[in-house]
Design a protein around this ligand. Structure first.
Ligand SMILES: O=P(O)(O)OC[C@H]1O[C@H](OP(=O)(O)OP(=O)(O)O)[C@H](O)[C@@H]1O
Ligand SMILES: O=C(O)c1cc(=O)[nH]c(=O)[nH]1
Length: 217
């Protein structure tokens, strides 16, 4: 089957490859899976690329028309991410409060593990990647502990993998928490991109094998 990829998704894949963020090789994921590709958002590491990244997310968020009151970015990579997204949304005329967590609790000064706006109302979680959904689960717990309401998740890449149980990570998040997951691109889009690059056939084959083990349809 030939799928047509939107210019927006194609541009995002090219942007990620240009910055070495999307790479092919051998990498271990947080879930301990040995993956033939990896998305390292930490390599959007200068002002221009972070600015552009924030604009990609902001456009995806506005297109989804999901009502929310504030943004939350989980440490560590979610910290520059949520800041860049809040700035991009503000540039587009939508000013939202945001916060992020510390992985360790601070016991002096202002203390606590949340930095920025107080978690309240409907909170949109922004992260770079969803694999097995552990990070999203941690964010949901933090938001609920603060008596706020998680209302959705936005990621750059949905790796379309099994969650911690039998279903896909996305299905687990949507069914367990009743919230939608929005992504700029997913694994289907990366594979479609690779189909057109004959020199990358070995990478595509490795991804197909990995997908047979950890993927979902
Ligand atoms: O869906 P999952 O299986 O949870 O995997 C995806 C998560 O793993 C990585 O975070 P990591 O904990 O490595 O944090 P970092 O931002 O500190 O690099 C990544 O940034 C996602 O948050
Ligand atoms: O699952 C992960 O840990 C993971 C996958 C990926 O592609 N990128 C990332 O930062 N983490």
């Amino acid at each position: 089957m030939i799928r047509i990829m939107s210019d927006f998704k194609q541009a995002f894949i090219e942007f990620a490859i240009e910055h070495n963020v999307l790479r092919f090789g051998e990498f271990k994921t947080k879930a301990g899976r040995l993956s033939p590709y990896f998305f390292n958002a930490g390599l959007f590491n200068d002002g221009n690329s972070l600015h552009k990244l924030g604009q990609f997310y902001a456009k995806a968020i506005l297109a989804a028309q999901l009502p929310f009151d504030m943004l939350f970015g989980p440490a560590y990579k979610g910290i520059p991410l949520v800041s860049a997204i809040a700035i991009a949304l503000a540039e587009m005329g939508h000013n939202y409060a945001f916060c992020f967590n510390r992985k360790e609790i601070k016991d002096h000064g202002e203390g606590g593990n949340i930095v920025g706006a107080i978690l309240s109302g409907r909170v949109l979680i922004v992260d770079d990647v969803i694999t097995a959904g552990t990070s999203v689960q941690e964010s949901v717990n933090l938001i609920r502990t603060a008596s706020a309401t998680p209302c959705g998740v936005v990621v750059a890449l949905d790796r379309m993998e099994r969650g911690r149980h039998e279903k896909s990570a996305i299905q687990e998040v949507e069914q367990m928490h009743g919230i939608p997951v929005i992504s700029i691109i997913n694994l289907d889009n990366i594979m479609d991109y690779l189909v057109a690059k004959s020199d990358m056939a070995p990478d595509l084959l490795a991804i197909k094998r990995y997908r047979a083990q950890y993927g979902v349809a």
